[in-house]
Design a protein around this ligand. Structure first.
Ligand SMILES: Cc1cc2nc3c(=O)[nH]c(=O)nc-3n(C[C@H](O)[C@H](O)[C@H](O)COP(=O)(O)OP(=O)(O)OC[C@H]3O[C@@H](n4cnc5c(N)ncnc54)[C@H](O)[C@@H]3O)c2cc1C
Length: 348
């Protein structure tokens, strides 16, 4: 079977790259071994314009956000599922110091257009917010709809192979790749954290990190807003919220732990005034690069092997625009932004 591109992985990276390549008229086959706790399957899908405790504007946000909104909305229409929702992020400010930091950053400078004051009284029955609250204009990607719907779309068109790709069986040269009976001009690895087992990209210093999340029921709490204090509650269904997340560099396995459940529950108790019950706990591994920027492009020594990885904590905002840039690079030779280009790890 002849293709233009094999895409390995159907997390958010492989989903958006395969969508972008198909939109550009390419023949694409996605190869994915379903992994229930892949980063994309357990992420909340939050898009937040400000990040960290200093409330800095997220990198490239003014380019990333409009592109993401448009692309997810178009995909949702194509697939007949809700894929994207703009949401307010209700921030219960956790201390006087952070209230000052937030006000300093958001009353002037680029973050201003994405924030506004909140009438804290509206949530006082539910949230502990002695230092007040503020609103950040964010969004969520509805990954639990989008990823299965894209998988069905691919499967119905025979564009999906549900299997683990074994690198040892992959033949490649400058003209293309062959994997068993499949041939293509190039293969693009969107393997998430499993990239560390890929023999061709071992020189890239991936810094993976583990995140854990809870699913909780909060009786009576009905809101479309994301609620944030030291942890984040993201609405999933009436009274049901995703609660996360933790961030650990140093871990031994992918299993959920009692310590992180206790940590997350402590965060929930510091935020909520009302009782809740835990429904579920999950853990997954975020694929990050050392410099926390995407890593993409073709291998300088093996030009039929490509990479789309390093989406870190921001896969949902980064993936659509980065997939578009990578598609333009593959099809038209358009240069990649240097800080995302895989070559930065080979020039040294
Ligand atoms: C707890 C947690 C919360 C998060 N919350 C958010 C959030 O709110 N907003 C946000 O933007 N980001 C969030 N993230 C980060 C986000 O999840 C990641 O940036 C993103 O999911 C990475 O996507 P990916 O496609 O690169 O990798 P993955 O999602 O890991 O997907 C990789 C896929 O490739 C498949 N695969 C790998 N190797 C092979 C192979 N050899 N053969 C076949 N298949 C293969 C895997 O099975 C998997 O399906 C969160 C992450 C975690 C862990």
């Amino acid at each position: 079977m002849e293709y233009d591109y094999l895409v390995v992985g159907q997390g958010i990276a492989g989903t958006m790259l395969s969508y972008s390549l198909l939109q550009a008229g390419q023949r694409v086959l996605v190869i994915d071994a379903y992994k229930p706790n892949s980063a994309s399957r357990i992420a909340a899908g939050v898009i937040n314009p400000v990040s960290g405790r200093r409330f800095e504007m997220a990198w490239l946000y003014n380019e990333l956000y409009p592109f993401a909104k448009q692309t997810y909305t178009q995909m949702g229409q194509l697939l007949g599922v809700p894929a994207f929702t703009e949401r307010d992020i209700w921030m219960a400010l956790p201390s006087e110091q952070l209230r000052t930091a937030f006000n300093n950053k958001t009353t002037q400078g680029p973050a201003r257009q994405y924030t506004c004051p909140a009438d804290a009284a509206l949530m006082d029955a539910w949230l502990q917010q002695p230092f007040g609250a503020a609103i950040v204009k964010g969004a969520t990607v509805l990954l639990h709809h989008l990823l299965p719907a894209w998988r069905r779309y691919l499967a119905e068109r025979e564009l999906l192979l549900e299997t683990q790709l074994h690198p040892a069986a992959l033949l490649h040269n400058a003209a293309g790749v062959q994997y068993r009976r499949l041939r293509a001009r190039a293969i693009i690895f969107c393997e998430g954290a499993q990239i560390i087992h890929n023999p061709w990209f071992t020189q890239i210093p991936f810094l993976l990190n583990k995140g854990e999340v809870l699913q909780v029921r909060v009786p009576g709490l009905q809101t479309e807003n994301i609620l944030k204090k030291s942890i984040t509650l993201v609405p999933q269904a009436p009274e049901v919220f995703w609660a996360g997340s933790t961030f650990v560099w140093d871990y031994t396995d992918e299993a959920p732990t009692p310590e992180k459940r206790a940590f997350l529950e402590q965060g929930i108790q510091q935020m909520l005034k009302v009782p809740y019950t835990v429904l579920n706990q999950q853990a997954g591994i975020r694929p990050s690069g050392k410099d926390r920027r995407p890593i993409m492009g073709l291998h300088p020594q093996h030009p039929a092997l490509g990479l789309f990885n390093g989406l870190g904590t921001k896969g949902c905002s980064l993936a659509p625009y980065m997939a578009h840039l990578l598609t333009m690079h593959l099809l038209q030779g358009a240069p990649l932004p240097p800080e995302t280009d895989i070559k930065r790890y080979f020039n040294r």
